[in-house]
Design a protein around this ligand. Sequence first.
Ligand SMILES: Nc1ncnc2c1ncn2[C@@H]1O[C@H](COP(=O)(O)OP(=O)(O)OP(=O)(O)O)[C@@H](O)[C@H]1O
Length: 576
Amino acid sequence: MFGVLSYLKPYAKWMILAWGLMLVELAVELWHPWLMAKIIDDGILKNDFSVVWKWGGIMLGTSFIAFVAGIANSFTAAHVGQNFGFALRNRLFEKVQSFSFSNLNQFPTSSLITRMTNDVTQIQNTVFMSLRIMLRAPLLVLFGTVMALFVHFKLALILVFTIPILLLFLIWMMNKGMSLFKMVQQKLDQVNEVMRENLAGMKLIKAMMRGEHEQRRFIKANEDLMKRTIQSVQIMELSMPVLLFVMNIGIIIILWFGNMNIQIGSAKAGEVVAIVNYATRITSALSIFTFILIVFSRAKASAQRISEVLTVNIDLSDREEIHHETTIKEGKVVFEDVYFQYPNTHAPVLKNISFIAHPGETIAILGATGSGKSSLLQLIPQLYDVNKGRVLIDDIDVRDMNQEMLRKEIGFAPQEVLLFSGTVKENIAFGKEDASMEEIMEAAKHAQIHETIMKLPNAYDTMVGQKGVNLSGGQKQRLSIARALIRKPKILLLDDSTSALDLKTEAGLFKALKSYTCTTFIVTQKVSTAMEADTILLLDEGTLLAKGNHECLLERCALYQKIVQSQLGNEEKYIC
Ligand SMILES: Nc1ncnc2c1ncn2[C@@H]1O[C@H](COP(=O)(O)OP(=O)(O)OP(=O)(O)O)[C@@H](O)[C@H]1O
């Protein structure tokens, strides 16, 4: 909780101002019952209206001061709360941006979204309340009791014995509430997760008629959330009746003893009224305190969840001691005896992989599904670290390179194409922020998508994504390739990016790629694609079964022969 609250430091002056204003309000509130006693005992009971006017006027004046201080306090608290939330959300987003893939695996996407939105809002509200009422309530309980003791010591002792009983009850409730609210946030994560999966997979769900199943899944998650929320709210709601019951008994005792003391002349009517007034104010402060505890319990659970994200160890950050500021010059890629295993898994998905890709060469990575093709590709931009061996670019270990420098020179078209909401132009320019229109069009032409774009309603200014046109799988793939090409990379990584392209388009793409002086890695399951490459890496269950060009593998590798035969038949032209 305190780690998260350190983001309040820049607003320390505002917070002090807010608390100062709150203290003005509190002082007035504590003074009023005492004034009331004076008006009753020295004014009303003695028929001295000048006393009533004097102290009544002071009460009115101080009420106005408290009113102004209250408004100023609200504005200041809102300023601090909103700015704190803004800073915390930004910091969380920045941290998530620096996450490695294994870091991302630790948190479900929906949970990260809940933490960045709902959890931050919970803490933001708590900050607002802490400046507005959180400190005020306990201070009112404390100083209200002290003032009551000053007014009439013996009668106020009843309050002194009642309040600790209530406080113990409230602390018990807070402990109980904490664990329940943590569970509520987890259930909220689950509802978000089901919702996210449902929206992302809507086409599949409709095509496979799984709507009812999804509905049931959502109802279940939603029901869990409702049950936990009811449980947590119920325990907190219990506080109010208990509080009022105990305090009302206390007030009755005060009135009873007060009456006895008035009869024997050891108390005045005004003093009894003042003590009852303090008791009522303390009860209302305690009830606010209960509400604060509810908010605080939720905020504490939220702060823990946010801290988990903020304190996570980024396992792929640049090494501090070595920083080669050099950029990739040639694009030579070497794998030296590489072993790689995903975090939290038990077996390596890549074993003993060694090869050299010379600058400008095209390397095809071929293999059955799950053989480790994408995993191999992801090691080049150091999206993951190897467990054993080395990945070298221009003879430098990627772990010794500045990640930004490394990735700046790599064009990557991932297997799952992601288009951002925006225009076609913006989506291509995502690969190079300051790209000119000529560069965008050139990349699109080379990626064989220019003509398709020109047929769209607003050509390059057509919106894509939810609010724009929907592109076909192949068109999306080509946009993604254009995005990778626009930065004229030294190393180009195409992860199954040509799977939806027809042979003619693919041939056009490969021809265009020849004008780029980059080392190109193409992950594919198609022999027709692989055979165009200078070198084919044939993967089988994470091991490099064979490497060489098409002719070489055809001659030496039985598995490759089988794949060729199954995909292309016995056509003479493929066999040397
Ligand atoms: N993030 C991950 N965490 C744990 N295991 C993973 C992860 N991604 C992939 N794997 C596992 O690693 C193995 C290799 O996966 P990879 O995606 O590299 O294969 P692939 O050859 O590219 O498959 P495909 O052709 O189907 O895309 C698979 O067994 C897969 O289950």
